[in-house]
Design a protein around this ligand. Sequence first.
Ligand code: PNS
Length: 161
Amino acid sequence: MKSAIYPGSFDPCTYGHLNIIQRAAQLTDKLVVAVMRNSDKAPLFSVEERVELLQHAIDDMNLSENIEVVSGDGLLAEFARGLDICVIIKGIRDAGDLQYEQQMALVNQAINPELTTVLLPADIKWVHFSSRLFKEVAHYGGNVAHFAPNYVVQAVEHKMK
Ligand code: PNS
């Protein structure tokens, strides 16, 4: 694969996201990780903060060579068209994710017929992780050290104070 885009809310990124990024970067010459808006979600972090946390994680994993972290506005299908990218990569953890992602893939393709979505199954190690549960456990003062790298955990705990 030449170029692909991995979009998401990443509010904030977890080890589950970072695992998908690592694997997707091995499949592509260039991977664009795009922080986008999900109109169903009220984010904890600003777009800029989410980009910064992702960039930090990617630098730490020594993956910066073929990965670019960006923020995107509007429709993903149009955003990808503007970047001349026709492959979307998403991670799926379970049947619920599959149903949701299949629907989004079809809508994105209807908007931009050149687009193909590739779904990567989540690694078994991170299959129970989500940004939502990360924030919920942190909200109640639980230990979230296993959800993400230290600086992401600190950023979440700081926001919760
Ligand atoms: O991490 P998420 O919240 O599952 O990511 C969803 C995201 C941000 C990729 C999706 O909401 C999206 O593509 N947003 C941009 C607006 C858009 O194109 N919506 C229609 C999707 S079919």
